[in-house]
Design a protein around this ligand. Structure first.
Ligand code: PLP
Length: 465
């Protein structure tokens, strides 16, 4: 083909290979074979002294790399909490990679800045959050925590007359941090990164589903940041924000919520009641690459209108050579400065799904989770959580039996489910959050789970329904 551009044929090759890969997902194993992973060493030849033909670069990557990928873009991957990539988002992501925009400032990419603003407004709209909230697109919930907690740190210290951006934490008043007993590990990572550490963290007990028990929150005084959670990483449970806010508000605490995936129940009318009170908090962080099915990596920090100056102060970038802000510079709301135009993928996802498609994605995956729970219980095994959203926690008898079944499911490859520990017991976790999962995927997965569970952990007599 006679092409005017040096990379036209190369991009067509990349497109063909990508399509072939995505079409192979319906019949390939959910997890790569040991042999495929061992072959990765073919990518580790000595760095050549001469250039390599780009077609050859792509061929090698596809032939060695593709078989070693985890099939999390397919419909039978239920490990960790990992979504796929919605088709419109993937396509928009390709186009925006070609654009190669730096969306730190409006001046470096008017398009990048504009589309992020629109995507943010759509998110607030579809989630019924106040339209005057501010925020930004980050790499994931971890960086969302970093940004939100830095804003929180600014705010609670400013309240006692301490300018944390200028003076740092050296000699600063103590900031008390309150968390639930089942807080996600990334929140502690963020606390360490922003210098609050973990020594002053007070832990509030949780209930049978992992929800913070609001009546057990200690008396609050001084600078306080309270971190709640919407979407326990195992059970999917939601902390009772209205009760938590009743305790935290009078004490002047900043309330932050880890809503990594739970945020999205607000988009589904039948599930929104699970997450009340989020519109009243000071900040939250969430992932877009999980349940919304935006390609990696994409996450969100949101801060209520009254906290805007705190976020801006915490994320400030000032230098005489940088452009003045005319409308909204994305990089003034996030830890990252130079950054890709993350909002493009979000905009494309939400435009292609619309309000009803977003609601349907959430509702459908929740229904599949319910089906997993009901069917596995009917096979004679225990469901350890109340399946209200997209997470199912399963035990196949004692810990050894459960671990054996999880290992068998993972090596069988029909589907992939993670092992976990739930309230002291070994368990298997099924997280349904991909747009790609179909009824057929659920049934094929259930058949494999039943076959392998009966082999490695036959249900006790009489337990089977
Ligand atoms: C996934 C997850 C996180 C971390 O998100 P990253 O995208 O990995 O930064 C935090 N909290 C919860 C509840 C999660 O499920």
């Amino acid at each position: 083909m006679n092409s005017p551009l040096p990379y036209a044929d190369l991009l067509r090759d990349a497109s063909d290979r990508s399509i072939h890969y995505l079409e192979s997902l319906s019949h390939r194993a959910a997890y790569p074979s040991g042999e495929a992973v061992r072959r990765l060493k073919e990518l580790a030849a000595k760095l050549p002294s001469h250039p390599t033909d780009p077609f050859e670069v792509l061929r090698l990557l596809d032939e060695v790399g593709s078989p070693a990928t985890v099939a999390s873009a397919g419909g039978r991957y239920f490990g960790y909490v990992i979504g796929g990539s919605h088709p419109a988002a993937l396509a928009a992501n390709w186009l925006s990679s070609a654009w190669d925009q730096n969306a730190v400032f409006e001046a470096t990419s008017p398009l990048g800045a504009f589309i992020e603003k629109v995507a943010l407004e759509w998110i607030l709209d579809v989630l019924a959050l106040p339209p005057d909230w501010c925020g930004g697109f980050v790499t994931g919930t971890t960086m969302g925590h970093v940004a939100a907690l830095a804003a929180a740190r600014h705010s609670v210290l400013a309240d006692v007359g301490w300018d944390v951006e200028r003076r740092g934490l050296q000699g600063a008043p103590t900031v008390n941090v309150i968390v639930g007993a089942e807080t996600h590990t990334t929140l502690f990572k963020a606390l360490r990164i922003i210098g609050l550490g973990t020594e002053h963290v007070v832990t509030v007990p949780t209930d049978s589903q992992g929800r913070m028990i609001a009546s057990k929150i200690p008396r609050l005084s001084g600078p306080v940041i309270l971190c709640a959670q919407h979407g326990n990483v195992n059970s999917g449970a939601f902390d009772p924000l209205p009760e938590i806010l009743e305790v935290a508000r009078p004490a002047g605490a900043w309330v932050h919520v880890d809503a990594a995936f739970g945020l999205w129940v607000r988009a589904a009318p039948e599930r929104a009641h699970l997450a009340p009170g989020l519109d009243q908090v000071d900040s939250c962080s969430a992932d877009l690459h999980k349940w919304l099915n935006v390609p990696y990596d994409n996450g969100l920090v949101l801060v209520r209108a009254s906290g805007r100056d705190s976020l801006r102060s915490a994320m400030a970038i000032d230098a005489a050579y940088l452009p003045d802000e005319k409308s909204r510079d994305p990089g003034r709301y996030t830890p990252e400065s130079s950054r890709r135009a993350r909002g493009v993928d979000v905009w494309a996802t939400l435009l292609s799904l619309g309000r009803s498609g977003t609601a349907d994605l959430v509702e459908r995956t929740c229904r599949f989770a319910r089906q997993f729970g009901d069917s596995i219980r009917a096979m004679g095994y225990e469901i350890l959580n109340e399946v209200e959203s997209n997470q199912v926690v399963v035990a196949f008898g004692n810990d050894a039996a459960t671990r054996a079944v999880v290992a068998a499911i993972q090596s069988d490859g029909t589907c992939y489910c993670s092992g976990t520990t739930w309230h002291g017991r070994a368990a298997m976790r099924i997280s349904v959050c991909s747009w790609a999962t179909t009824q057929d995927d659920v049934e094929r997965s259930l058949a494999a789970i039943e076959r392998l569970a009966h082999l490695h952990a036959p249900p006790r007599d009489g337990v089977r329904a």
